[in-house]
Design a protein around this ligand. Structure first.
Ligand SMILES: C[S@@+](CC[C@H](N)C(=O)[O-])C[C@H]1O[C@@H](n2cnc3c(N)ncnc32)[C@H](O)[C@@H]1O
Length: 365
């Protein structure tokens, strides 16, 4: 199969010449590779590099070995298992280990369920086609005490409410359409991880959780014990949203209006962990810097996101300049941009205050 050599971060990778350039991507030959996921891999590298301690890593669904080899090369204190079930992936993984002269990375051909039943790791990465749900149980079983789970979900359509029934079957949670669809989708994924961890008397602390391109991604630190599990279950809740009044609220219980969820209502990020991330030398350094800036200031434990177009259409006004709108909102209370959308903000303000601030901005235009 034809191959090309590319450089991602400071790692050289041999990948299939015919590979996906964006979107969810698909296998175009014997093995999968998607260039656009370089940013996703950057975040793993930044996180593991920042920890600066000996870490055993299982990149459970590694395909060409891109993430595993980058981690082993760019976060040198790691010891990495680059695993894939696909026999056709192994020569690619071995080739990439060789090209980079690594001694801290090994190719493994295993069903991840077997691998994680036999070995435990400090960091476990799941990067499936679609939903990670079928793999969560094994990932938790194979995660060492106080380890890290890193989980991608590319089944964005169900999680963001385009296929409600599918989301309800897979995640046992009701998704939401409209401006908060991605925020809700991410929080459904996180609630699912929390509920699965609770079955093992474990809880979680989110480190970095985000929506990008066509996927959701969450990194969580696993907390041990029943108290941690109960605390996490207590962080789950249900959302209500009424587009006609712009009213949104959260409740610990499901009731007549709080029908969306359960969702994770806690934080998305660990601010101290974010501060320790260094984007220097990443494949998409500019995007990493931009996202780190956004994540660091984004309100993240209140799931109330507003789209500017939602407000202008509900209030039948023109659309004000986004920077001006944020300035006025912040005179009323806290409002921040969000990485979820360049034309949305998050705020702790009530819908009435949001409406007032919006109308004041439009009037001052
Ligand atoms: C989306 S690709 C992974 C992409 C890769 N992480 C990257 O950054 O390029 C998903 C991979 O999961 C592998 N896979 C699917 N089910 C698996 C299983 N049960 N155990 C191990 N690997 C599996 C597939 O063979 C495929 O290579």
């Amino acid at each position: 199969m034809d191959s090309v050599r590319i450089t991602e971060g400071s790692t050289v990778l041999k990948v299939p010449a015919a590979h996906s350039a964006g979107g969810p991507g698909k296998i175009l030959g014997t093995v999968f590779f998607n260039e656009q996921m370089a940013f996703n891999r950057d975040v793993s590298v930044m996180l593991l590099r920042s920890l600066d301690r000996d870490m055993s890593v299982a990149d459970c669904m590694t395909a060409t070995g891109a993430r595993a080899v980058r981690i082993a090369n760019e976060a040198p204190k790691t010891m990495v298992a680059a695993n894939d079930i696909n026999a056709g992936a192994i020569p690619w993984i071995e080739g990439n280990i060789r090209i980079n002269g690594l001694t801290n990375c090994r190719a493994v051909r295993s069903n991840l369920h077997s691998l994680l039943a036999e070995e435990v790791f400090d960091y476990i990465d799941l990067d499936p086609f679609g939903s990670p749900v079928p793999f969560l149980h094994s990932a938790i079983q194979g995660c060492k005490r106080k380890g890290i789970l890193a989980i991608t979900a590319t089944d964005t359509a169900p999680l963001a409410g385009a296929h409600r029934a599918k989301c309800e079957r897979r995640y046992q949670s009701r998704p939401m359409r409209g401006p908060m669809c991605h925020e809700t989708g991410l929080r459904i994924l996180m609630a699912t991880v929390a509920r699965e961890l609770a079955k093992f008397d474990r809880g979680m602390t989110p480190i970095i959780s985000f929506f990008a391109d066509h996927y959701f991604r969450t990194y969580v630190r696993v907390d041990e014990g029943t108290a941690a599990a109960d605390r996490c279950l207590g962080t789950l809740g249900y959302l209500s949203y009424d587009p006609s009044t712009l009213e949104r609220s959260v409740s610990p219980e499901k009731d007549g209006s709080h029908v969306y969820g359960p969702v994770w209502t806690g934080s998305l990020f660990d601010r101290d962990a974010l501060k320790a991330l260094d984007p220097s030398g990443m494949a998409d350094e500019r995007r990493c810097r931009r996202m780190l800036d956004l994540w660091s200031c984004e309100l993240d434990s209140v799931p109330f996101l507003y789209e500017v177009s939602e407000l202008s259409s509900a209030l039948r006004t023109e659309t004000p300049r986004f920077s001006k709108l944020l300035e006025v909102m912040n005179q009323y209370g806290t409002a921040t941009p969000t990485h979820m959308s360049p034309t949305a903000f998050k705020t702790v303000l009530s819908p009435e205050e949001v409406r007032d601030a919006f109308l004041e901005t439009v009037a001052s235009h």
